[in-house]
Design a protein around this ligand. Structure first.
Ligand code: DHK
Length: 154
């Protein structure tokens, strides 16, 4: 059986993980996050396509390209969470299950980080659990897609 493809998208400044405000975002690099996702996906019987961009248009194009190609989207929209109606519209247009991830608990931070346009298209949101949130998002996605049961161990 061909494993379902989950596209894991990362927005602006996440390429700087590890050196960027480590007291908030931790010490893992984006390469570490990709390795965590690859390892988790393999254990769950999923395939992943892991990407990062600083560009809003590129992120929107990548979401559009998921249509007919991917089974689900895990996305940390980073700074575009609070600003991008275009990103929201793209996520609504592709009509796939979406899990929104934030490394930090955005609700404990500045008020401008509390509102998410992306949440209007998200099946679920994981925030504040560090980079482990990505692994938990893949686990949740596998359950949503019926690929594993809640009792399966990862
Ligand atoms: C990452 C960012 O870059 C911020 O713009 C968000 C998010 C929070 C995170 O916690 O992963 O406000």
């Amino acid at each position: 059986m061909i494993p379902p493809l989950i596209v894991v998208l990362n927005g602006p400044n996440l390429n700087m993980l590890g050196m960027r405000e480590p007291e908030k975002y931790g010490h893992s690099t984006l390469d570490d996050v990709e390795a965590l996702c690859a390892e988790t996906a393999e254990a769950l019987g999923l395939a992943i396509d892991f990407r990062q961009t600083n560009g809003e248009g590129e992120l929107i194009t990548w979401v559009q390209e998921c249509r007919g190609r991917a089974a689900g989207i895990v996305i940390n929209p980073a700074g575009y969470t609070t600003t991008s109606i275009g990103l929201l519209d793209a996520l609504l247009a592709v009509g796939l299950p979406v899990i929104e991830v934030h490394i930090t608990n955005i609700h404990r931070r500045e008020e401008f980080r509390h509102h998410s346009y992306v949440s209007k298209a998200a099946t679920g949101v994981i925030a504040g659990l560090g980079v482990r949130g990505y692994a938990l998002a893949l686990q949740a996605m596998a359950e949503l897609l019926g690929a594993v049961t809640e009792d399966d161990e990862v």
